[in-house]
Design a protein around this ligand. Structure first.
Ligand code: NAP
Length: 295
């Protein structure tokens, strides 16, 4: 059981984790930290955290565990503050959607990677953000990928693993670079495509008419373009190389399709669609509740 947990960033992910751990009875006390007093008061009012504190150094004094659930662009500044404030025994983890950048920020902040630092990423989310969007069931049956560093201690990895299991998740481990490549393909690229598709249509003269007649397929494909722009902006930079690689690959496939349409190569067009349908029917439909997760 965690005696004192501090969650920095009580939004969708931080707030949902707090609620899931409360549901499991796994935390004696949860303090929420963040920039905005009104958001923190709201988190207490909703019963998501027990109390709040804006000063991170004060909040983490005597804590057993700190979870960083802030946008990727805010990880480094928060790790810098933690480095000067946290007890040696305190376990530190994060929930950032890209991992190599967080590891690098931790190395910069602490000088060397601390043994009690275990990066993580829950593969769960919705297109909503903020504490009002958080809910205890978000991680039920979902995967959480931990990317322990070469310095993470066995005990720290076990501690973070147990926390996520208590929150309802299935925990896996991966190297952080591998994590970033896989997520660039399965999550980051689809978000880029959804944002760019909607933005491209907005720029067309007939955009009003286009959106008026948009049907279910358009809605399904573009749902994730309602995700938080700041979060996805940060991911572009935090996972820059892998995202660029995936965009490049995708562009090649799109060019091939355009060439096939241009030259009337119906076989290639059909083969592409058949392969894609078979792959989707085989893999993606096995995912539970595909309408919920954005990651
Ligand atoms: P969110 O709902 O917007 O919550 C972010 C929280 O961080 C807010 O409580 C915000 O509170 C706080 N915050 C923002 N900037 C801060 C700063 N500079 N210092 C301290 N606190 C700050 O976002 P989220 O969806 O929970 O995402 C949080 C993290 O989870 C991100 O790193 C994201 O990559 C990762 N993640 C997201 C999803 C998803 O689908 N949404 C899934 C997996 C992982 P104040 O504005 O009050 O400070």
């Amino acid at each position: 059981m965690i005696n004192r947990l501090v969650i920095i960033g009580v939004g969708l992910i931080g707030g949902s984790l707090a609620q899931a751990l409360k549901r499991a009875g796994y935390c004696r006390h949860i303090t929420g930290c963040g920039r905005n007093e009104a958001h923190l008061r709201r988190a207490v009012e909703l019963g998501v955290v027990d109390d709040w504190q804006q000063d991170i150094a004060t909040a983490v004094r005597g804590a057993d565990m700190v979870v960083l659930a802030v946008p990727l662009g805010a990880m480094e500044e928060n790790l810098q503050v933690l480095a000067g404030a946290v007890d040696d025994a305190c376990i530190i983890t994060d929930v950032g959607s890209a991992k190599a950048s967080v590891v690098s920020a931790a190395r910069t902040a602490f000088g060397d990677l601390p043994e009690n630092f275990v990066p993580g990423h829950p593969i769960a989310g919705t297109e909503r953000s903020g504490v009002d969007a958080s809910f205890a069931e978000l991680f039920d049956g979902r995967r959480v990928i931990l990317t322990p560093t070469e310095r993470s201690s066995v005990a720290a990895v076990q501690y973070v693993t147990t926390m996520w299991q208590q929150a309802g998740a299935i925990v896996e481990r991966m190297d952080c670079r591998h994590h970033d490549e896989i997520l660039a393909a399965t999550s980051h690229l689809p978000h880029m495509l959804a944002y760019v598709l909607v933005d491209a249509l907005v720029h067309m003269d007939e955009s009003e008419e286009i959106f008026r007649f948009a049907a279910g397929g358009f809605r399904d494909f573009t749902r994730i373009a309602s995700s938080d722009p700041v979060m996805w902006h940060d991911i572009c930079f935090a996972n820059r190389d892998a995202v660029l690689l995936m965009l490049d690959r995708f562009r090649q496939h799109l060019d091939q399709l355009a060439a096939a349409i241009q030259s009337g190569d119906s076989r290639q067009i059909k083969d592409t669609f058949i392969r894609a349908k078979q792959a989707r029917d085989g893999f993606v439909d096995q995912l539970s509740d595909p309408h919920l997760s954005t990651e």
